[in-house]
Structure formats: structure tokens, C-alpha cells
Design a protein around this ligand. Sequence first.
Ligand code: FES
Length: 95
Amino acid sequence: MKKQQVGDSVTILVDEKNITVPAGVSVAAAVLGHIHPGETYSHPVDGSPRAPYCLMGVCFECMMEINGEPNVQSCLVTVQEGMVVRRQLESAEAK
Ligand code: FES
């Protein structure tokens, strides 16, 4: 495996869309950088608005499905090439 260096980028799949982000950032930061202004995440249970807040593993507002594992604190996971991420929006979308 090639060691990542400053200036490298990786491509990850977020909600069926490929995005290219700087290597070494967290999944939460990568996703935040690619959502539209005013767009938020929604809570998977009640659909209430939420978004990554602390970015250091305290608030649990950044839970995403990463490579098939649900409810992962995405601020604590570093992006990897080919990673598959879902923001777990199903409950809110079903309303
Ligand atoms: S943003 Fe707070 S735990 Fe991830």
C-alpha cells in the first residue's frame, strides 16, 4: 500500500456519489465539505436536523454508515480510497 503524502487525494463514495477529498481528513470533514449550504444531516430515528459538531468524538452527531457498518462516529475515521459512506438519512426521507 502506498503511503499517503501531503497533497494526495482519495475518492470515496458518499450516498451513491463519488467525491474526491484530501487524504488524511476525517469522513465527517470530507462530507461536510461536499454538502450544499443549508443542507444538514438528519437524525436516523426522528429525522430532526443534525450535523457533525465537535469533530472529536464527543457529541455523536456525526454517525454514518461506513463500509457497511452503521452508526460509526465519522469524525474519528480517516478517509481511505474507495470507502463507501452513507449518511443514514432513510428515516427522514421516508417521512
Ligand atoms: S462530530 Fe461530535 S462525535 Fe463526531
